[in-house]
Design a binder for this molecule. Sequence first.
Ligand code: FES
Length: 277
Amino acid sequence: MPDLDRHTNPLVPTMVKVVKIIEETPDVKTFYVTTDEGIPFKVMPGQLAMVSQLPVGEGMFSVSWQAEDHLQFAIKRVGLLTEALHEIEPGQTLGIRGPYGNGFPVDECKGKDMLFIGGGIGLAPLRSFIKYCFAHREDYGKITILYGARSYADLCFKKELFEEWPQVPNCEVFVTIDNPEEGWDGHVGFVPAYLEEINPSPQGTIAVTCGPPIMIKFVLQALEKMGFTDDQVITTLEMRMKCGIGKCGRCNIGSEFICLDGPVFTLAQLKKLPPEW
Ligand code: FES
């Protein structure tokens, strides 16, 4: 008889109810989930959880925020499982297990200026750290957020980006879209080029970046040019994960398992691994 007790079998999910769904972009929705007893488990910014919808399957997603009474996942429609997730309605149930991964080094970053650089759905994991910094505002210095997407429609979390975050003391928000479009009078261009334009000081600053691999590649080059050391740069890797508990071998790079040792790494740590990331 298989062990179906979630307290003794880490692969057994907790059932959660979807209480709210926000359509962020044409292909990204944020799901608010909870149980009758409140959040299924506590997560730190940058940690992950396995979300399952039977009989379609399960997938690993970063938790984009842990509120007092629910967890939020921003999920992009990219394949079978995410297609199915995008079809669900509030009131339906999902399975969830976790939390997985190391999360962002929120304590080590205390006292630093924070520079967040995101592209597309890459803002979802960064958002958990950004909101954590806001919730502990006195622990962090200046907060700079640079975010870009293909078009205005593709920008996630618009209300926070344009209305809420710019109101936070000592916080600057820069938003860009790839190409000009009617009705947009903000910045146009790619994130790495805008980063060089903004030219933030590396002095006492930690840069945290997440987005498409091509953006990350050029962001890392730009940060290096500006004088950021490898220890001052943090990123979070999105790899295909299956078990989440270091058993299936799907997520390793060299000797590191992304689900256990990551997904958050400094650039200094990544440079010691085989160049598969
Ligand atoms: S997801 Fe199975 S080992 Fe990491």
